[in-house]
Write a protein of this length. Structure first.
Length: 167
């Protein structure tokens, strides 16, 4: 095996290798993943997303690797959320409520944010923590600007109601 780049190692349209793409975007992607699933699962979500993206049959032809990776992180976060929900249901069915006190483990705000859908969390994180405009968020997530605004509005309404803030 040589250290020379093979034609398949260069990502179409970007002129970057997979390693260069990862190095360039991993910092912002880990922040995005952290906002979606929390700090404990963020690295796993990012790893799974990057591996899925780079081993995808579409990866060699991707023109915008940044947006593709953001969508991959979002999809991996959705899968992680579904898996966690299934696991919690299994644990609830088999465990006793006396074994753990869920209400004391999380502050009120964390619980309210966790009540948002993963897409609502995605647009909240990118809008407020990454300071992106709705059009930029839409491009990264592969959804329309209108969809971003709808998710933001629903998330704000949910947060306002649950945290008892009046506007």
């Amino acid at each position: 095996m040589t250290d020379e780049l093979q034609p398949d190692d260069i990502l179409a349209g970007s002129g970057l290798t997979n390693e260069e793409v990862y190095a360039k975007y991993s910092g912002e992607l880990i922040r995005f993943a952290t906002g979606l699933v929390g700090p404990w699962d963020a690295e796993d979500v990012l790893s799974g997303a990057v591996l899925s993206a780079m081993y995808s049959k579409h990866w060699p032809t991707v023109k915008n690797p940044r947006a593709y990776l953001y969508r991959s992180v979002l999809n991996e976060a959705l899968q992680t959320q579904r898996s966690a929900a299934s696991r919690r249901l299994r644990e609830i069915r088999t465990g006793s409520r006396d074994d753990w006190d869920d209400a004391n483990q999380y502050p009120e705000v964390l619980e309210v944010v966790r009540g948002l859908s993963i897409r609502q969390r995605a647009v909240i994180v990118l809008t407020y923590w990454s300071d992106l405009e709705p059009s930029q968020v839409g491009r990264l997530l592969g959804i329309s600007e209108g969809a971003v605004k709808r998710h933001l509005a629903r998330a704000r309404t949910h947060l306002r109601k649950r945290l008892h803030y009046e506007s």
